[in-house]
Design a protein around this ligand. Structure first.
Ligand code: SAH
Length: 191
């Protein structure tokens, strides 16, 4: 309910697959992370958009850094953090995950990367960056991505569950009012 109060994308860019993670899915992912002890240090939200995952992590007591390539949603994320009174526990950084402007180790990454619907392989730089800086990664993917993710990352999937996302009609190429898509959430223990 707290995360329902956050604003979403004002003018979403289709090519960047800008969709907000539903608050219920975000809070489920963060509850798992909290129970695993993964919200105690620094949490990095890669492709943070309007910040639901990073702001949620900060509400749960973490320090959070959000990174996005687009300045417009970052401004919304900053405002969202202030709305939930976690501005001082969060930082918002403009940057591309492929050339991540952060030098970190042992963080926890939370992310809902582009699924690659617009540009094949768009999730790869996210997985690479995440495993570079984190001990534990929580990531949302298209259903059926498990074997690809397992083969791609140097780590082990310790938790996996299914969820669904409703994508509202937003862009001209959407021909349905909304579409339910099946996703899977993975926790990856990085080696
Ligand atoms: N994490 C947010 C937004 C998900 S949409 C949420 O859960 O609600 C995916 C986000 O990734 C968009 O905000 C988009 O701008 C960002 N993005 C796409 N490619 C990127 C890249 N190469 N580097 C950083 N951010 C990127």
């Amino acid at each position: 309910m707290t995360l329902e109060r956050l604003d979403g994308f004002e003018d979403p860019a289709a090519a960047r697959e800008q969709y907000v993670t539903p608050p219920s899915l975000a809070s489920h992912l963060l509850t798992l992370a909290d129970r695993q002890g993964d919200l105690e240090g620094l949490v990095v939200d890669l492709g943070c958009g309007t910040g639901v995952l990073g702001v949620g992590a900060a509400v749960a007591g973490a320090r959070a850094v959000g990174v996005d390539v687009d300045a417009a949603p970052l401004a919304v994320a900053r405002r969202n953090a202030a709305r939930l009174e976690v501005a001082s526990a969060t930082s918002w950084v403009l940057g591309d995950v492929a050339t991540l402007p952060l030098d970190l180790a042992s963080a926890t990454v939370v992310m809902n990367p582009p699924f690659g619907a617009q540009r094949r392989g768009a999730d790869r730089p996210f997985l690479s960056a995440a495993t570079e800086i984190a001990d534990a990664v929580y990531s949302i993917h298209n259903a059926g991505s498990r074997s690809f993710v397992e083969a791609y990352v140097d780590g082990e999937i310790t938790h996996a569950y299914e969820a669904s996302l409703t994508i509202p009609h937003r862009f001209d190429f959407h021909d349905e009012e909304r579409r339910e898509i099946s996703v899977e959430v993975y926790r990856i223990d990085v080696r």
